[in-house]
Design a protein. Structure first.
Length: 152
């Protein structure tokens, strides 16, 4: 995990690779819980019998479930000391290049793409790629945007 303690340190880290997180299994239970939370019960996500004969050969995670894992992976990739406040400002360029089949292991890979001063803080864009074990394509690539305000 990379650690930063000031606006200047974040600004200096543009284009820096952040490495990878530990592997996480996206099991059918997680997919079912996401379906319950969102009301998206499409059969490709929650019906293993039908999904076996479907386009992916098994149930697959919802795209938004895969995207939400960025929230799990980001604090494993980068940490901030002396942080007064951090805000999730949004996302850009969300893509889902490959399906994440139930039972797959995924991990996050991070890179700081850009950083710029915003008032007394810094806005940082961190790309999170949700890598699927054994796949050449990631399940999701998202550019997260955070605003960070450090103690003086």
């Amino acid at each position: 995990m990379k650690r930063f303690d000031s606006v200047a340190a974040v600004l200096a880290a543009q284009q820096q690779e952040l490495g990878t997180t530990d592997w996480l299994t996206v099991d059918q239970r997680r997919i079912d819980l996401f379906a319950e939370a969102t009301g998206d019960h499409q059969w490709i996500h929650v019906d293993p019998v039908r999904a076996k004969d479907g386009p992916f050969g098994a149930c697959v995670a919802h795209g938004y479930l895969t995207l939400s894992l960025a929230n799990c992976f980001l604090p494993q990739l980068v940490g901030y000391e002396r942080l007064r406040m951090g805000l999730n400002y949004g996302c850009e360029q969300v893509r889902f290049p490959a399906p994440v089949r139930a039972g797959s292991r995924v991990r996050g890979r991070g890179q700081i793409l850009a950083a710029r001063e915003v008032g007394e803080g810094v806005q940082v864009v961190v790309r999170i790629s949700v890598e699927i074990e054994g796949s050449d394509k990631p399940g999701c690539v998202v550019d997260t945007i955070s605003r960070l305000y450090f103690e003086e």
